[in-house]
Design a binder for this molecule. Structure first.
Ligand SMILES: NC(=O)c1ccc[n+]([C@@H]2O[C@H](COP(=O)([O-])OP(=O)(O)OC[C@H]3O[C@@H](n4cnc5c(N)ncnc54)[C@H](OP(=O)(O)O)[C@@H]3O)[C@@H](O)[C@H]2O)c1
Length: 466
């Protein structure tokens, strides 16, 4: 355990810090609560809302930086003000680019924060394993919620895999599970689904949810000679892609995020395994050339669609969209979510889907929500939440659409649903299908596999928003 000295926060806030001693630990109060006026009657001033954080990496340092920069504003927005009282990390020896707030508890034992009854909410930003799995965050979430504290997280894998169970725990404990930053970082799409769109029936949610893929595709669009591997390398050099980019470019990241949005939109608990997932790994300059020649844009589109008969389709696929479509205008690392609902119609949510500023914005919005619903008797403020176990997901085989198939083999039989066949520059052909069902497409792909054509030799792109 390490206690730093009071300095920087005091200077920023412009008020003398208040100190409290709990279990022998010194905490600093960064709040700007006015002193109670003994002459004026009225309700008793509220005590400050006390938060702590688990994880102090990229996102955690951004959060601390934002709290330092905007302490006065944040405290004005929380009745009684806010106290940042502790941070748990994996190792106290890890060098940090930002100091923890003065006199904040820094511990390598996260349970110390969970066990402190004076803490009202815990923000979890511990990161994910190299396979994108939620790691120890699930254990942390359960411990925090059962201890009666609000739980705020940016962890998409945690919510997509365990959101329903955690929601139940939160409701049993009378606290909130909040995860705005898990999809699109600070873009307020979850708040919008749960709040502003709460009176609507959602028909579909389509999104560009992975900034890394979108950067790669828009770079390949700009430079027709750029190979996928070179665009990935460029994204890595700029810090937009991880050293191991598979979680992003194979579509898993976007699949987690659309599972969360679909769960909220349709009141179902959807998981990554419910999503038909194709990443961008097989795309080449040939697809970008086709897009340019046909006035199309190529994007990785994550979709959760309720088809007639309540058939839910959850997918992540590369798609050609008309270049005038609103999602075609989303370039670089930006994210966007297009929601079609009744009676409102289409609404669009757009912005930076990653980065310290955007993620801090989403996390702190949730902290403010938790502070406003401090009283457990106030109930859950969100009419739309992830409902455990309810699933009416049915097969999407009947879903119709057109498809582009570049096949690196000359010997395939020409299917009757091909409406255009283009010889590839190197070997094989590219087929453009007429409108067919997904069932028919999958049975054709199965037939290709059986005839010995490996999956790697087939590049599939759907046509969307036609
Ligand atoms: N980066 C973004 O733009 C972005 C956007 C939206 C959401 N997110 C999500 O935000 C979360 C955090 O991402 P990040 O990029 O900040 O990760 P990161 O840089 O890898 O930081 C992870 C932090 O967690 C701490 N930690 C790991 N295991 C711990 C344990 N057992 N107990 C206590 N602390 C532990 C680490 O401690 P040490 O420092 O001691 O190693 C480190 O400070 C992830 O879920 C990510 O998906 C990120």
């Amino acid at each position: 355990m390490h206690v730093t000295s009071a300095d920087s926060i005091t200077a920023v806030v412009g008020h003398l810090p208040k100190f409290a001693v709990t279990n022998g630990t010194v905490y600093m109060n960064i709040q700007t609560t006015p002193e109670p006026d003994s002459k004026s009657p009225g309700p008793k001033p509220r005590a400050p809302f006390r938060i702590a954080m688990i994880g102090f990496g990229n996102v955690g340092t951004g959060l601390v930086h934002h709290i330092r920069e905007h302490a006065t504003l944040l405290n004005e927005r929380i009745e009684g003000g806010m106290e940042f009282v502790g941070i748990a990390v994996r190792s106290l020896d890890t060098p940090r680019s930002v100091d923890p707030p003065s006199n904040t508890l820094l511990t390598d034992n996260w349970r110390e924060l969970v066990d402190d009854p004076s803490i009202d909410a815990i923000v979890e930003v511990v990161g994910v394993g190299s396979d994108g799995k939620p790691t120890i965050a699930f254990e942390m979430a359960r411990a925090v919620l059962t201890s009666g504290k609000h739980f705020v997280t940016a962890n998409k894998a945690l919510i997509a895999e365990h959101g329903g169970e955690l929601q139940e725990l939160a409701e049993e404990a009378g606290v909130l599970l909040l995860f705005e930053a898990s999809v699109g970082a600070g873009i307020p799409v979850i708040t919008s689904l749960q709040g502003g769109l709460a009176a609507n029936k959602v028909n579909s949610v389509h999104g560009i949810l992975n900034g890394t893929c979108n950067y790669i595709l828009t770079r390949m669009e700009e430079d027709p000679a750029l190979l996928l591997a070179d665009a990935v390398k460029e994204a890595q050099d700029l810090g937009y892609a991880e050293p191991d980019p598979r979680f992003d470019i194979e579509g898993d990241d976007a699949a987690y995020k659309i599972a969360i949005l679909g769960s909220l939109a349709f009141g179902q608990e959807l998981h990554i395994s419910d999503a038909e997932k194709e990443g961008i790994t097989r795309l080449s300059p040939a697809e970008l050339t086709y897009a340019r020649d046909n006035d199309l844009a190529l994007r990785l589109i994550a979709s959760a669609v309720c088809h007639p008969g309540d058939r839910l389709e959850v997918s992540v696929r590369p798609a050609f969209l008309p270049s005038r479509h609103v999602l075609a205008g989303v370039r670089g690392v930006n994210n966007a979510v297009l929601v079609d609902a009744e009676p409102i119609g289409e609404t669009l949510y757009y912005g930076a889907g990653a980065g310290q500023g955007s993620t801090a914005s989403g996390l702190l919005a949730d902290v403010i929500t938790a502070a406003r619903h401090w009283n457990p008797d106030a109930g859950n403020p969100h009419p739309l939440r992830i409902v455990r176990g309810r699933k009416t997901l049915v097969g999407t085989g009947a879903v119709r659409g057109r498809h582009y198939l570049r096949i690196g083999d000359d010997s395939i039989p020409e299917p009757e649903f091909a409406c255009e066949i283009i010889p590839n520059e190197d070997s094989g052909i590219t087929l453009i299908t007429e409108e067919i069902t997904l069932e028919r497409l999958h049975s054709f792909l199965g037939m290709l596999r059986q005839s010995g054509i490996p999956d790697e030799a087939i590049c599939h792109v759907s046509f969307a928003f036609e």
